[in-house]
Design a protein around this ligand. Structure first.
Ligand code: PMP
Length: 314
């Protein structure tokens, strides 16, 4: 099955959805994006997109920060994504990547407001990123998280991901699954593309949004589920490195990684060395919700239906 992508007002075959070599965003990293997941429910034969509207609202805020512009309203972007998913007839879990970028072909750093904006979305089948069932192994990165005085880390700018790619590369070179990035003052920021939580004596703690983090949609989901379903309030504050040695559980949360337990850091065991009870409960709740199996949270899902034509057997 050939995939279709959307680029600057048109649906095109994925292979034809290309951008020219001199594009400002390619040369200078002047873009911002979202990462969204849709989950296939085999019983209901339906695809559910998780918190689609929230992702487009965050993309809108990123654009404002970065002098970029979305071509459509949030509602129209939601409709467009559903149309694209239906055209691609996915029957598996899917990753959805909308992005806004500076299209101008200009060989210089330039006033961003004077550069043209482009917009695209593509979809790609994506299962679990890591086998997190046993828990993952992380190391502290020697690369520090980009500070908000340098580039706004909450705006998901494409260029900033060189920072996290270096951290991830270093982690894998050391034999670990994931990197934990520190701030310049040695406090904890987040993972390479995940927010971090610790569990200490039954309480959840996560770095606050002034700690150079991306305010993750999974992070917000976990905070809400912990409070409503587990009766646990989350403290949002500065988290120090040594707290990771003494806590009971460490959790990484992100659209890609979902809810992942960290059971080792720098070869030291975290908590019991096994997936902790709070992580386990959150993973169970999350998995049911994203697959459309928990009616109370259908508000977070956008359903993708088959195209009306009988030829489209999705
Ligand atoms: N931090 C960074 C740097 C990320 O790239 C991501 C993934 N988007 C996250 C945190 C988690 O955000 P979300 O839960 O919205 O996917």
């Amino acid at each position: 099955m050939k995939r279709v992508a959307y680029l600057n007002g048109k649906f095109l075959s994925y292979q034809k959805a290309v951008i020219p070599i001199g594009t400002h965003a390619l040369q200078y990293g002047s873009g911002c994006f979202e990462g969204i997941r849709a989950y296939w429910n085999a019983e209901k034969k339906k695809l559910y997109v998780f918190r689609l509207k929230d992702h487009f609202e965050r993309l809108g805020r990123s654009c404002k920060t970065l002098h970029m512009k979305l071509p459509l309203t949030t509602e129209a972007l939601v409709k467009l994504t559903v149309e694209l998913l239906a055209k691609n007839k996915h029957r598996e879990n899917v990753y959805i990547r909308p992005f806004v970028y500076k299209t101008s072909d200009i060989v210089s750093v330039f006033n961003l407001d004077r550069l043209e904006n482009g917009f695209g979305i593509y979809t790609v089948p994506l299962g679990s990123i890591l086998n997190v069932k046993e828990g993952i192994n992380a190391v502290f990165s020697s690369w520090r998280r980009v500070d908000s005085h340098t580039v706004p880390p909450g705006a998901k700018p494409t260029g900033i991901y060189l920072n996290t790619s270096l951290a991830k590369t270093e982690a894998e070179e050391k034999g670990a699954d994931e990197a934990i990035l520190l701030n310049l003052d040695d406090s904890i920021a987040e993972g390479s593309a995940e927010n971090l939580f610790i569990v200490k004596s039954g309480k959840l703690i996560t770095p606050s949004i002034d700690q150079n983090i991306l305010e993750g949609i999974t992070r917000n989901t976990v905070i809400e589920l912990a409070e409503k379903e587990l009766n646990i309030r989350t403290a949002q504050r500065k988290v120090q490195k040594d707290e990771l040695w003494t806590c009971d559980e460490i959790i990484l949360t992100g659209t890609g990684m979902e809810i992942a337990p960290v059971v080792k850091i720098e070869d030291r065991t975290v908590g019991s060395g096994k997936i902790g009870p709070i992580t386990q409960k959150l993973r169970g709740l999350y998995s049911n919700i994203v697959h459309g199996k928990d009616k109370r949270y259908l508000k977070w899902l956008t359903e993708v239906n088959c195209l009306p034509s009988p030829a489209h057997n999705c």
